[in-house]
Ligand binder design. Structure first.
Ligand code: 0O2
Length: 221
């Protein structure tokens, strides 16, 4: 009888994790469509690359413990919003908001929470736009809303965050003070690079628009 019970729990866990995989697949399909269509229409791609992952059952349980949550699938479903994590890396800051809007404009996607660490960076210098979304997943006998966390950032923000993340874990979550200061300085440099690249991109677009207008007037004449 205990064996039967264990089998049932295992089956429930597998179904639970599968639902998140489907949610991730669906969101990735949506993002790839946006990416391809944008490239086709605007001859430009605001998305540099996309990475996605599903939290392992072990990390989910660690978070349950850290947040002192009730130990049940229902409580995990309600309270842990980053079982599916997708990171979108863009070239320019303006692309981040453009992509975020395109995602939120889709009818079946609900915005649950938006944390704008670009307008309000973390004290260490961390920047990114975080969206918690819910997306419906249709299965053979039910429909389920799945939470997905999307982090959208520039190449420079991503470069900084991945190094900071490595250092954070290397020093067991307490980074020495001199490194903290250097990381904050580096975040400022990354920030400055983003601003300059954005400006250059604006100038390039302006010149392109001018050229297009000149060409159009040539066609009319
Ligand atoms: P990992 O390994 O990337 O998954 P939460 O614990 O998610 O409920 P919080 O802190 O409100 O609570 O979430 P927030 O602020 O939205 O941050 C969640 C994720 O953003 C983190 O996930 C990181 O991926 C990223 N992040 C946030 N702050 C920092 C930072 O200072 N440096 C770096 N490098 N990344 C950051 P995890 O689960 O912590 O880590």
């Amino acid at each position: 009888n205990q064996l039967e019970q264990l089998k049932a729990v295992k089956e429930e866990m597998t179904r639970f994790m599968l639902t998140y995989k489907f949610g991730m697949d669906e969101m990735n399909t949506k993002l790839n469509i946006l990416k391809e269509e944008f490239q086709h229409i605007h001859e430009y791609n605001p998305i540099e690359h996309i990475k996605s992952r599903i939290k392992s059952p072990e990390s989910i349980l660690k978070k349950v413990h850290r947040k002192n949550l009730e130990i049940s699938l229902d409580s995990i479903r309600k309270n842990i919003h980053d079982i599916v994590g997708i990171r979108i890396v863009c070239s320019f800051i303006s692309d981040i908001y453009r992509v975020s809007k395109m995602i939120q404009n889709q009818k079946d996607i609900k915005l649950i929470e938006c944390k704008d660490y670009i307008k309000n960076p973390k004290p260490n210098g961390y920047k990114s736009l975080h969206l918690i979304l819910s997306i419906p997943v249709f299965m053979s006998d039910r429909e389920e809303e799945v939470f997905v966390e999307i982090q959208i950032r520039t190449v420079a923000m991503d470069f900084w965050a991945s190094l900071e993340h490595k250092i954070y874990y290397k020093y067991n979550k307490s980074i020495p003070e001199n490194l903290t200061k250097e990381l904050t300085d580096a975040a400022m440099v990354a920030n400055e690079l983003d601003d300059r690249m954005e400006q250059l991109n604006r100038e390039m677009n302006y010149i392109k628009e001018q050229n297009d207008t000149d060409l159009d007037s040539l066609k009319i004449n």
